[in-house]
Write a protein that binds this ligand. Structure first.
Ligand SMILES: [Zn+2]
Length: 144
């Protein structure tokens, strides 16, 4: 089995210090584009999400998953040469994701009020939304 690599960031402050704002905005703009896309089952959204909206959601959440609390500010891994997606399940709880709180297919609006920040694992498998989860590479805050 693959060993789980060390997280790139241990706190939201680390992430902000170590990541150029243009890179954060580029990452958030891709999430906005994806959120605004038409979908097979829910069609084209009426509202539109902006890059600023996504940056605001990320910042308000301090990069933490709404569901499990893991610090989720890494991008999904891609192959260094081909740029193709790589397996990510072992670090799924540290990959940042944008979620519609009420899913679009259930009538949820494509608006900032219906968005939250979460990890890719919780976004993919709602049954895995376990507060304080420590699996799949979770980066949980140290309780004081
Ligand atoms: Zn999560």
């Amino acid at each position: 089995m693959d060993e789980i690599p060390q997280p790139l960031w241990l706190s939201f402050e680390d992430f902000l210090v170590g990541t150029p704002m243009r890179e954060i905005r580029l990452w958030c703009s891709r999430k906005a584009i994806r959120a605004n896309r038409g979908r097979l089952l829910s069609g084209h959204p009426t509202g539109r999400i902006t890059t600023d909206d996504v940056v605001a959601v990320l910042t308000a959440a301090r990069g933490r998953c709404r569901y499990c609390g893991s610090l989720a500010v890494q991008a999904a891994p891609t192959h260094p040469v081909s740029r193709k997606p790589m397996p990510w399940g072992h670090i799924g709880r540290r990959i940042g994701s944008l979620d519609h709180v009420v899913a679009r297919i259930d009538g949820g609006r494509n608006s900032v009020g219906n968005l939250c920040w979460c990890c890719h694992w919780c976004n993919t498998w709602p049954s895995e939304r376990i507060p304080g989860a420590a699996d799949h590479g979770a980066v949980q805050p140290i309780s004081s």
